[in-house]
Design a binder for this molecule. Sequence first.
Ligand code: HEC
Ligand code: HEC
Ligand code: HEC
Ligand code: HEC
Ligand code: HEC
Length: 420
Amino acid sequence: MKRSKFSPIVPLLPLALLLFPLAVSGAVTPKAPVPATITVTFPKGTATPSELCGECHKAIYREFAHGFGADIHTRDLQSDEAGGRDIGHPPAAISSMATAHAMAGTDPFPLHARESEADGKSCNVCHFPEAFALPDMDLSETYKPKPRLKSQEAGGLTCASCHLTPEGKIRGPYNLRAPHENAPDVKMRSSVMCAYCHSLGKRNVGQQTQTFLEWRDDFWKRGLGSQNCQECHMPRTVRSLAEGYDVPDRVAARHLWTGGRSLQRLQNALSQVIVQPDQGSAKFELHLINIGAGHSVPTGSNRRAVYLQVEARDAQGILAARSDWMFAPWYGSRPDDKAFLEDDKKRPDAKAAMQADAQGPHEPIIRAGEERTLTWSPLLKPGNYTIHSTLVYDLNRYNDRAATADQTVFGSISLPIRIE
Ligand code: HEC
Ligand code: HEC
Ligand code: HEC
Ligand code: HEC
Ligand code: HEC
């Protein structure tokens, strides 16, 4: 157990340490020097439990396993389900929740979805990957990392999934001495670290699972910004990387990866503006602007959607008209469209294709830096109204739209207007 720095023994420490270095070891555990030889290896590969790394990398583990420091709200799960794993002395209760990476193996979704959407097809290449080498930034096509054996799926995505090289060394951004063998690689600080699992195949604007390619081609290459994924998704701090060791504080990236379950993250993705271009007329423009994401919104899995819900309420607050739009990644290489439902029946992935096409056509995702303008002309009698516009993020657009446990309202604006 580590004692607090502020224990009453502290004032006596410098003297005691000088004279009797061993005498105080019972009172304050001294930090161990980093051993000169390799004492830790990882024979289980990427199935190495994250808890093992967490024994030495405590703050990073706490972020990974509990989302400590993030505002992840997995409202469709209980917090003990979401953060059930811990080492040492886990807190009795904690307000934060596990990251999606820590959940990728225990999360009921991928395994459940595999049965219900993909007829048991193996989906473990990204959810349970083998060790892989990092690609080059200008790769033309991402290929899937190798899947782990089904018998080793239990661990899900682990620390070792990202950090272990195919040679069994620990990939890290520094070049440090550690109890394990390291493979220094500055590319860890760039978006190529995320490329394999966050993009599949070639760039095809609008399609699902294109996050890395959207970032590279729409955001970074065009010069919209210089941030890599880490700058937005792993904000950095200065602290010890291995708490029990006598090592200086260093720059550390918080292992939080907030996404669609974080209101903080969603709130700085899109801006919205309502415009009544002509005095007295029931014609409106709704502008959605991607100001904060380094890729399209929503990005990633085709399950994700953003809804724009617009209402006109009269002076008494009574609903006079409403409409909504859905923005979502296409399941396949062409827009989702009901017109394909009959053809879909012949496909091997019929279930997944049909549930996507049944919801199309819909609005394509909003690219990095893009401003999307929609028009709305409701039938309104003359009078005073307020136009309300609300943005909602849905983790799974295929479940019942009325099931709001996986939805987050992340922006609301309104505009009083007059119809003549
Ligand atoms: C027995 C303790 C221990 C275990 C277990 C351990 N580490 Fe480390 N690790 C260290 C120490 C000590 C350092 C050096 C820290 C420093 O100098 O700031 C380190 C450094 C690192 C670095 C930075 C390397 C660099 O040069 O950039 C990474 C990344 C890392 N560890 C990841 C892991 C992962 C992933 C696991 C589990 C698969 C793991 N560690 C298991 C003690 C451990
Ligand atoms: C080994 C594969 C893999 C790598 C590498 C990887 N991810 Fe992920 N990531 C996943 C999977 C799988 C999920 C979805 C897990 C789930 O929800 O069950 C995910 C989810 C996420 C989410 C969604 C969080 C949420 O709450 O919905 C974010 C954000 C994210 N990753 C960012 C990153 C960033 C940034 C990097 C690079 C530093 C990265 N990922 C590297 C596989 C990976
Ligand atoms: C989704 C991929 C991913 C997973 C999972 C992951 N890391 Fe990392 N880790 C990274 C990246 C990317 C960096 C470099 C961050 C940066 O840009 O500074 C990093 C950096 C580190 C460092 C060096 C200090 C730093 O922040 O630069 C340590 C130590 C480390 N990770 C330990 C762990 C441990 C322990 C776990 C599991 C509890 C873990 N990582 C899980 C991607 C991951
Ligand atoms: C400029 C900041 C920024 C950069 C750079 C950035 N993101 Fe994001 N990311 C966001 C915002 C804001 C959101 C929320 C809106 C959305 O879902 O698109 C988000 C959402 C996500 C999600 C959605 C999670 C979910 O729940 O489905 C994933 C995955 C993700 N980012 C991965 C990445 C990866 C991988 C990179 C680098 C290739 C990256 N991001 C670069 C800001 C950024
Ligand atoms: C190319 C890598 C990759 C492959 C292959 C893959 N996934 Fe995923 N999956 C991800 C990533 C990354 C996310 C995180 C969310 C995002 O990017 O929007 C995710 C998220 C999910 C989610 C949503 C979980 C949540 O957080 O709500 C489900 C369900 C899912 N995947 C199921 C599957 C199924 C079923 C298959 C096989 C048919 C599959 N995945 C294949 C990378 C992959």
